[in-house]
Every structure is written in structure tokens, then in C-alpha cells.
Write a protein that binds this ligand. Structure first.
Ligand SMILES: *[C@@H]1O[C@H](CO)[C@@H](O)[C@H](O)[C@H]1NC(C)=O
Ligand SMILES: *[C@@H]1O[C@H](CO)[C@@H](O)[C@H](O)[C@H]1NC(C)=O
Ligand SMILES: *[C@@H]1O[C@H](CO)[C@@H](O)[C@H](O)[C@H]1NC(C)=O
Length: 267
């Protein structure tokens, strides 16, 4: 026993931090608790490691198509980057494999690569929404997808234990919470969220002719060009800052580890 003087300040620190850490340990899902300790040892990016959209979806077993599209469109990589230094967090609506299977055959193949990215980004909201915050959210809710008309939105209506999501083309219910701990919420949806921009009544005109890039560039104010530019911008941004945020993550993790050791020693 360290009967020798426990500095009052230290005691105070422990007394204050104990409930905080315990509360945190309680709310965090079981596998997340040991992760930080392991991360300090060998992982270069603890945040991405302990909070992986890929793992969450793989564990769910029925999101293989969505996972593949996250990879193919590289939106998944963007999510990893965004999570590392996001202040607002992210919410992902993950359609099940059944949802993709019940689309009309060829629906996805008809889309260009850029349109596939847009479709996947339409399933990501640039903010963390817990089930409770859905109830206080005013419509329309912005997504990460942008079209010529600007940011694509969804409408979310929610009751005490149910939330519906409407795109204008489809309505579906948020059936299941796969993960919800700031900064990331992942919900399961039974339908692919078809955006009005790609699948609405107007889209037949604007997309059947598959307007070429050069066509769009002729009009200086066209939204096509800025939208792809802003994508590049965010890419560059997240790339350049990801190093710093990794450092921040390491510092935070080791601080927590240190405090745990301190407390264990004192108990
Ligand atoms: C969600 O949609 C279902 C089926 O359309 C409906 O019965 C239910 O009342 C809706 N719930 C909310 C909160 O809007
Ligand atoms: C979404 O909600 C807004 C505001 O309530 C409404 O004006 C709009 O028509 C809704 N759109 C859809 C597709 O339900
Ligand atoms: C570009 O401008 C022309 C003529 O002003 C217009 O007909 C066309 O729809 C515009 N294209 C886009 C992509 O905005």
C-alpha cells in the first residue's frame, strides 16, 4: 500500500475523473473498451481502428453490397477521414443487401461512377443524429450528396421509437440501430435511398442523355463542376489534416490509459 502522502490534488483528480471514466466505460460498447489500450501499442490511427464503419457493417452481416459500393466509390475512405476530425460527426443509413436486391435489375449499372458516388453519399448525413435528436431535427435534412441543385436532402419524421425517412422517391423506416456513439451513428434501412436527383421524375430528362462534363463546363455557373471540385477540396483537406488528428487521437488515448493506470495503482 502506498501509505505515503497521496497528494490532495491527485485524490481530487481521481475522485472527479472516476465517475466520468466509469460512465464512459458504461456507455461505450463492450469491444470498444480494450481497443484504446491496444491502439497505443501498435496502431498508427487509433480513431479509425476503434471506430470502423467497415467493421460495424461487416458485423451486421447483411450489408455486403453497401460495403462494396463504399469501397468502389471510395466514399468509405472519405468517411474514415471525416470521422478523424469531424466536430459534428456522421450518420450513415445502411441499406441491407435485400434492399439492393429489390431494386429494378440494372439500376446501379445504369449509373456512371460519379452518380454511384452521389448515391452512396446520399446515405450519409454530415452530422451525428441519435434516435432522440431525430425528433428535434427540422426537415429537410442535408446529406453529403450534391447535385446541380445543391445539397441533396432527405426528410426524417420520427416518433418515440420509430423514424421514417423519405427522399421524395421512396419512403422507408429506420429499422435498426447498428451503432450510435458520437461521432458515428449507423442505422439500417430496408430500402436504398433513391435520390430525386438521380431517380426522380425530372432525372429522366437530365440523366438519360448523360450530360458530358464538357457540356456542363460550358456554363460557368453549372453546379456539376463545383460539386466535383468541392469533393477534391474535402479530400485534400482531410488528407492534410489527418496526420494532425491522428496525433491528437494518440495523445487522447495515451492520456486515458495513463489515468486508468494511475487509478488502478491507487485502488
Ligand atoms: C412511419 O411509416 C409507417 C408506415 O408508413 C407509419 O405507419 C408510421 O406511422 C410512420 N411513423 C412516423 C413516426 O411517421
Ligand atoms: C420535406 O419537408 C419539407 C418541409 O417540411 C417539405 O417542404 C418537403 O415537401 C418535404 N419533401 C419530401 C420529399 O417529403
Ligand atoms: C447550359 O446553357 C445552355 C444555354 O444557356 C442550356 O440550354 C443548358 O441547359 C445549360 N446546361 C447546363 C448543364 O446547365
Amino acid at each position: 500500500m502506498a501509505s505515503i502522502q497521496i497528494h490532495p490534488c491527485l485524490l481530487f483528480l481521481v475522485l472527479v475523473l472516476c465517475p466520468v471514466l466509469l460512465a464512459h466505460a458504461k456507455t461505450a460498447p463492450a469491444p470498444a473498451a480494450p481497443a484504446p489500450a491496444a491502439a497505443t501499442a501498435d496502431a498508427p490511427s487509433p480513431v479509425a481502428e476503434s471506430l470502423s464503419l467497415e467493421h460495424i457493417l461487416e458485423k451486421g452481416m447483411q450489408y455486403k453490397t453497401f460495403l462494396r459500393m463504399l469501397k468502389d466509390t471510395q466514399v468509405g475512405a472519405q468517411v474514415v477521414n471525416q470521422l478523424q476530425d469531424s466536430i459534428t460527426g456522421l450518420t450513415v443509413m445502411a441499406p441491407t443487401d435485400n434492399a439492393f436486391n429489390s431494386l429494378k435489375p440494372g439500376t446501379l449499372n445504369k449509373l456512371t461512377q460519379q452518380q454511384q458516388s452521389e448515391l452512396i453519399m446520399y446515405h450519409i448525413l454530415p452530422k451525428y443524429y441519435s434516435f432522440v435528436t431525430f425528433q428535434t431535427t427540422s426537415n429537410p435534412v442535408p446529406t453529403q450528396a450534391t447535385s446541380e441543385e445543391g445539397t441533396c436532402t432527405v426528410n426524417i419524421t420520427s416518433g418515440s421509437n420509430q423514424a421514417n425517412i423519405s427522399t421524395g422517391v421512396i419512403d422507408t423506416t429506420i429499422s435498426n440501430t447498428l451503432y450510435a456513439d458520437f461521432p458515428l451513428a449507423v442505422y439500417s434501412v430496408d430500402k436504398v435511398l433513391l435520390s430525386p436527383d438521380l431517380f426522380g421524375p425530372k432525372s429522366a430528362k437530365s440523366h438519360s442523355a448523360t450530360p458530358t462534363e464538357s457540356n456542363a463546363k460550358k456554363n460557368g455557373t453549372s453546379a456539376l463542376a463545383p460539386s466535383s471540385e468541392s469533393e477534391d477540396d474535402t479530400n485534400a483537406d482531410t488528407k492534410s489534416t489527418s496526420g494532425a488528428s491522428t496525433l491528437k487521437g494518440v495523445k487522447w488515448v495515451s492520456l486515458v490509459g495513463l489515468l486508468f493506470m494511475l487509478i488502478l495503482n491507487l485502488l
